[in-house]
Design a protein. Structure first.
Length: 278
């Protein structure tokens, strides 16, 4: 994970242990997103907190390797995970709860929206994005709940959310969890106009979709340009996630405009390789 203050803003879940789940179904929901629905196994122990709730996702690369994972992810068990042989060590990545239905058709269901990043001609790059395009019903995965990071002081009068496409599920979760009286602005960048999703939220929060015109442009820059043009209310709560440039630029800007650091949550969800960064 790139730069973040997530550990200071984080609200931990009541239980943060390994949950073994299965893929219930997979659906291509838009040009650059695959929705994978998880359930079965330990899903009854999952505690839905809403907002930008995220979790560690473990994808097996060989049969039965999830069984060797530690039950928790503290410093010691993380070292244990890292020392597992590469040939059997499950892939670990971070993802957001896009939706949770306690009473789905197959029991409780958890939706995860994966960005299918990479060169469309060459197929997705990255094991998680590749898996999200090829997994099947019944496939095993495991998750460890990490709770939420969106944690504004009740005194904050307005919200300002900025995200690239990897933050779209979190923006949807936040807007869907806010009270009706919430006000503010949410800016979400997507690679394609059809990646915009219907999102339910308070009428006082304006959701703006920014489409990346140039497919070769670095993700997040268009959302940042758009957000920098907006006026800043020093009483607001700022939340910025996505490619590292998004949170670092927005945080610097907001702090420069008088927003207290404690009223900002910023998290680099991923990092462009060197050479593509500006
Ligand atoms: C708290 C948190 C919540 C997150 N929630 C989501 C979510 O709900 N949905 C989601 O899609 N992502 C989410 N992410 C981002 C996701 O974890 C990363 O994009 C992850 O690196 C993808 O793993 P991978 O195996 O596909 O690619 P990796 O193996 O990690 O990376 C392979 C290459 O792809 C590049 N890359 C990684 N992600 C992207 C991208 N999105 N676009 C372009 N290039 C990329 C890397 O720079 C690297 O060069 C979240 C991250 C965090 C920290």
């Amino acid at each position: 994970m790139a730069r973040t203050n997530l550990s200071t803003t984080r609200v931990k879940p009541a239980e943060s242990t390994l949950l073994n789940l299965r893929v219930l179904r997979r659906q291509r929901i838009s040009p650059n997103f695959s929705r994978v629905t998880l359930g079965g196994g330990d899903i009854a122990r999952f505690d839905h907190m809403g907002f930008d709730q995220w979790f560690r996702l473990f994808i097996p690369i060989a049969d039965h390797t999830l069984e060797r994972l530690p039950d928790k992810l503290d410093t010691l068990s993380y070292v244990k995970y890292l020392t597992m042989p590469k040939a059997t060590r499950p892939i670990m990545r971070n993802y957001t709860v896009r939706a949770f239905r306690p009473g789905g058709s197959d029991g409780p269901e958890l939706d995860v929206d994966f960005v299918l990043h990479g060169d469309p001609a060459a197929g997705p790059v990255g094991p998680a994005a590749t898996w999200a395009q090829s997994c099947s019903a019944g496939d095993a995965v495991a998750i460890i709940d990490e709770g939420t990071a969106f944690n504004p002081d009740p005194q904050c009068s307005r919200l300002f959310l900025v995200a690239d496409e990897t933050g779209l599920p979190a923006v949807a979760g936040i807007l869907g969890s806010l009270g009706d009286d919430a006000t503010g602005t949410a800016v979400v960048e997507t690679p394609h106009p059809d990646d915009a999703q219907p999102i339910v939220g308070p009428s006082g929060v304006e959701l703006r979709w920014v489409v990346r015109d140039d497919p070769h442009a670095a993700p997040g820059r268009a959302a940042v340009r758009h957000a920098l043009d907006e006026g800043v209310d020093p009483q607001m709560f700022g939340w910025a996630v996505g490619e590292s440039h998004v949170p670092t630029t927005m945080r610097r800007h907001w702090v420069g405009q008088g927003v207290p650091k404690t009223s900002i949550m910023f998290c680099g969800y991923w990092k462009l390789p060197r050479g593509r960064r500006d």
